[in-house]
Design a binder for this molecule. Structure first.
Ligand code: ES4
Ligand code: ZN
Length: 324
């Protein structure tokens, strides 16, 4: 089965590129940039990845990315991930990236864009892996700051496949970003948002009604609201579910408690994703394999989930036809 899951052409729709930073690369970039890390070894870093909730992860995630300073760093980060993903049978990667987390450290948007863009071209040329860019706003920062980021990204609007909304969900409802997402819509930029991971089903509704998103990242808490589930099913809203992330951030206690079987049974359009593979115990293949182990799904189920991702991906119809 693992071989089948590896060979299955997979598109990843929910990945934070900063969350793909493996401890080994963290150390080598720290050395290259003369940055001191609060860890003595790769093993110590991995041992620190024991999270109580989303916020305890975010604290280490923002600390880890402090080693990213130059365009070359962002290039190396993304190429390192594209190589690993390609070896797992991933053919398309949509990467969220967090400009505000870098601006706060004095790293300007052009540095990030140059490094990631160069890696995307190289991944396509050398690995045949296509990719997309999702500029994510940090929802625990003011909406005015997000608006400034979107305005300052004007030279890159054409390169953005979507804007997204991530970071600490509780107490930061989608409504807070209605004006920012309205502006993105006026610019013709598609929209996605994290909702219903730690936050309530009402945040999923708000993301649909106020942000006009085409996908919900996570969305697992929709099950608490049957009317919402019916709407998501009828409107074929894509949920980008991240099983290992949900276990590591204690959204669920263990894989066997994960609501994926109920979501599937409800007729929702689901995809499987890794979220932050360096922090949550593995990439796409590990997430697929964990579902097989926990739920015993058939090859047809996995083929269907992989197909959902290809159908929902931000890619040219030509590329999609070649992959479907
Ligand atoms: C994130 Cl809300 C959330 N979940 C997982 N990874 C993230 N990176 C930034 N925000
Ligand atoms: Zn995420």
């Amino acid at each position: 089965m693992r071989d089948f899951l590896r060979r299955l052409p997979k598109a990843e729709l929910h990945l934070h590129i900063e969350g793909s930073l493996e401890p080994e690369l963290m150390f080598s970039l720290a050395e290259r940039n003369g940055i001191r890390l609060p860890y003595g070894s790769v093993e110590e870093v991995r041992a620190a990845y024991d999270f109580a909730d989303l916020q305890s992860f975010l604290d280490l995630y923002y600390q880890g990315m402090s080693v990213l300073r130059t365009a070359e760093d962002f290039h190396d980060l993304a190429m390192d991930y594209f190589r690993r993903a390609s070896a797992e049978g991933v053919v398309h990667v949509e990467m969220h990236f967090d400009p505000q987390a870098h601006l706060a450290r004095g790293v300007e948007l052009p540095v990030v864009m140059e490094g990631l863009s160069r890696a995307r071209r190289q991944a396509w040329r050398e690995l045949g892996v296509s990719s997309a860019m999702i500029l994510a706003f940090l929802r625990d920062r003011p909406a005015e700051e997000a608006m400034q980021v979107l305005e300052s990204a004007a030279p890159y609007w054409e390169m953005l496949d979507a804007v997204g909304l991530d970071s600490a969900e509780q107490g930061n409802p989608p409504e807070k970003f209605a004006a920012v997402f309205r502006f993105a819509r006026e610019l013709g930029i598609p929209r996605v948002a994290h909702a219903g991971e730690e936050g309530p089903p009402a945040y999923i509704r708000e993301a649909l009604d106020l942000l006009d998103v085409c996908r919900i990242d996570h969305g697992v808490r929709c099950l608490e609201d049957p009317t919402l589930v019916a709407r998501l099913r009828d409107e074929r809203v894509v949920l980008t579910v991240c099983p290992l992330s949900n276990v590591r951030l204690r959204v669920v206690e263990r894989m066997s408690d994960h609501p994926l079987p109920q979501l599937l049974e409800a007729g929702l359009t689901l995809t499987l994703n890794s979220d932050d593979p360096a922090y949550f115990g593995g990439g796409m293949l590990e997430n697929f394999a964990a579902c097989h182990e926990a739920f015993g799904w058939s090859k047809e189920t996995f083929t269907g989930l992989a197909r959902n991702a290809l159908e929902a991906a931000f890619m040219s119809d030509e590329r999609r036809q070649a992959l479907l």
